[in-house]
Design a protein around this ligand. Sequence first.
Ligand code: TMP
Length: 205
Amino acid sequence: MRGKLITLEGIDGSGKSTVAKKIQENHKISVFEPVFTREPTRGTLTGNAVEKTIQSDTDQLAELFLFTADHAEHLAKLVKPALENGKTVISDRYSDSRYAYQGITLKNRLENPLEWVKSLHRGWTVVPDLTFLFDIEPEIAVERCGKRGEQTKFEKIEFLRGVREIFLSLAAKEPERFVIVDASCSPEYVEKTVVQKILEFVQED
Ligand code: TMP
């Protein structure tokens, strides 16, 4: 039986990666031996290229293609083989990040960037079975990023407001796939909520 694909999405500073790390350490989920992964990928040719674009002022369209190339590599080398082996895959960011972030970076370049970026994925991507959207006010998120001493070109309140809006619109369109988590709550509460839902989901079949 094909495994389940679970993704974690949200704006920068939503606490998603911290919770992902905690879930990875949580023995309740380890019982199912999930494969933990992320986008952008780490230590790969495509992932390294993406890391460089994030730190530079690369053309937004070129940036989209690099993120998408990294997705193709991620799917081919890790996600698809793991799912075919019946594994549960948990990915910290996935295609919805592209729809939301590049949906904003390309807004002055294309008429309907969200639909265009989505159509670019059609026919070859694997749609997640369950997606957690870590939802938070951009003001709080940017403050959190500042405290961590991180500052990338994407961590701007106005920009993240647009990204959040797209994430919420994606969730509204596919309520059966998305679970919206209030990421302004304590990390302990968020972790507990997400772990509980994942356990219910993997035990459903
Ligand atoms: P990270 O903070 O989760 O490592 O992600 C790196 C940044 O790249 C983050 O600001 C979100 C952004 N991003 C995109 O713009 N498009 C994408 O497709 C992905 C996966 C991430």
